[in-house]
Write a protein that binds this ligand. Sequence first.
Ligand code: 13P
Ligand code: SF4
Length: 321
Amino acid sequence: MFTATPPRKIENNIPDDLFSAIALLKEELNAVILAHYYQEGDIQDIADYIGDSLGLSQQAANTSADVILFAGVHFMAETAKILNPDKLVLLPDLEAGCSLADSCPPDAFAQFKAQHPDHIVISYINCTAEIKALSDIICTSSNAVSIVNQIPPEQKIIFAPDKNLGRYVSEQTGRDLVLWDGSCIVHETFSEKRIVELKVQNPDAQILAHPECETPVLRHADYIGSTTALLKYSQGSECDKFIIATEPGIIHQMQKQAPHKVFIPAPSTSNCNCNECPYMRLNTLEKVYLALKNKTPEIIIPEPTRSKALKPIQRMLEMSK
Ligand code: 13P
Ligand code: SF4
């Protein structure tokens, strides 16, 4: 006789004290919460680890938790799953994608790669598992320069998908990189003109920028680096005022670690909130709770894509030690 599995009951009730409820569920499930700096402040505050893309993948590679709740975007949770095929990896909102990852479709990229047969592929971690599976080495904004510098000078390189980071890495290393034409909608929104105006009004401020920004913005920066590098710089610097040209979620940590300092988000070209990543901001504390409670949405990656994507990530982790 056929007996259907009863449908799993999905809980939708939100408790009053979300912070305690999440802490309880974490213990019950032996779960770890990994959060990117672009998450809203409350999510950063309940996370076990907050970091940039490299730090988060290193944590994911070493965790002993049974469940990983990834408070970030899809490619980050996917990276955690690629590294941990037997663990349950949860993303609070499956719609939390990335414009940069979307700007590099696998079929078009496979053709591009075929046009450059003597090149190796170094891909920024902000790409899908399919693109990782077509890559030789993965990098993040914190190790891209160092990874390219470790490649023999005669070896030709395709750098994908971010043309802005690629251009910056090319300048820093003196290497001629073949760039895929992708970009991040958030980092392309900053206005050079308005940043310069802000600097004129705040001559004592230093400009800190992420390398996903375009060259006209980067050329005004006093310091360029990954989110972790920008955070460290802002804490270590003797300067007390900064204009921050990256997603303003990072300011939550900057302000927490240096309450006496002033952090001004860099303005966008129009009077919008376009400097907030619309994908990162889909995650909320409520969705974190519901994901742990219902053990869904779960990240699933079919083989052999997962095992193919694992190799270039492992190469990155080796080359970043
Ligand atoms: P990092 O985490 O390497 O600073 O990159 C920022 C980013 O765009 C994540 O999407
Ligand atoms: Fe993607 Fe840009 Fe958002 Fe980062 S900030 S997740 S690169 S869209």
